[in-house]
Design a binder for this molecule. Sequence first.
Ligand SMILES: *Cc1c(COP(=O)(O)O)cnc(C)c1O
Length: 438
Amino acid sequence: MSVATERYARSQANFAAAQAVIPGGVNSPVRAFRGVGGTPIFFDRGQGAYVWDVDGNRYIDYVLSWGPLLLGHAHPTVAQAIAEQAQRGTSFGAPTELETELARLVIDLVPSIEQIRFVNSGTEATMSALRLARAATGRRLIVKFTGCYHGHADMLLVQAGSGVATLGLPDSPGVPPAVAAETITVEYNDLDAVANLFANRGAEIAAVIVEPIAANMGFVLPKPGFLSGLREMTQRYGAIFILDEVMTGFRVAPGGAQALWGLDPDLTCLGKVIGGGLPVGAYAGKRQYMQLVAPAGPMYQAGTLSGNPLAMIAGLTTLRTAFANDGAAFEQAVTLTTNLANGLRDLGTRYRIPLQVGNVGTMFGCYFLRHPDAQITNYAEAKANADTQRYARFFWAMAERGVYLAPSQFEAGFVSTAHTAADIEQTLAAAEEAFAQL
Ligand SMILES: *Cc1c(COP(=O)(O)O)cnc(C)c1O
């Protein structure tokens, strides 16, 4: 990998120091840049659509902390709300009005949600939703899809996407085989395989959990009928249908993928945007199930910092700002995302670089394909058909031109309400130069 060393000198020094005291130098694996080579870029600050690294280079940011920053970095209203709340106390371990306010807002936005429990991460959200599904059904088996990532809980770290995909790791050591054995994986978009599974073991299946867009193995859209088929099948066999909208929630539409595509899941997992850049997750859904959660019901789940006012105010302010005035700011970001995706598609055609570009709402993805006629509709195809080396060259060519993309082919991209048409133009101009080099 030819990376201009001088340009990233301080990042490299920072990374060396970090590796001495933090495993791999990072607190979450994809940050280590194994997917693109070189050493990770260390950041100093962010403002709106831009981030500055410790060497003083500025980038247009399409990672946005992996999705949460719908309004961009340090949005003034959010920053002020956080600062004011910090003065009044950051956590009480007791209820505050803000939790009810955020709960009401989410219930208004997301069609299937009647009650919600806040936690501190997406991992906690999916882990708790599965416990709830098992409690509600009295069954053990979980069905998930290969390459979908639902956080790092034991029973979900089976054929997972995101960093697990980037690093090419098998299932993680440390996950007890007995736990992994309760999770059955099926290829994404393969409804027939799910139907077979239900036909054979339907009475044992507690839940099906799915990402409505598989965006932790790149960007794979559900085939028409796939998600509604899962809804129908889970209903027929009495299993819980869990839509993991940790990434798509408030990103593909104000009401998430379920609002966009008319889905009615039993439970929904949320995270990322709902915390506006602070650690928040949530699991939510039909009252009949949520009423099983302690202390309303017997399923135990708790959290010292859950629903803390700092995180709640960040989430509330982010959602209110993004969706004020009939969602004008959000719609503008959607338009820019569409323009970016279309621009990349055009460049691919003009420079004869086979791409598979996808976009929904404020999310997008761009696979570099090994063959012009290759297609990616699931994880097996993503591994076989995505040209990760070409992506790595593209990533660094863009970084040199002031555009920060996900440091892995197997991650989605994000646009914020702070991005402008000029940012998109500049990004496409950089991409054109990069394509000319590829
Ligand atoms: C990011 C993500 C998670 C995990 O959330 P964390 O806050 O990182 O624990 C779960 N599910 C999906 C779909 C995600 O994208």
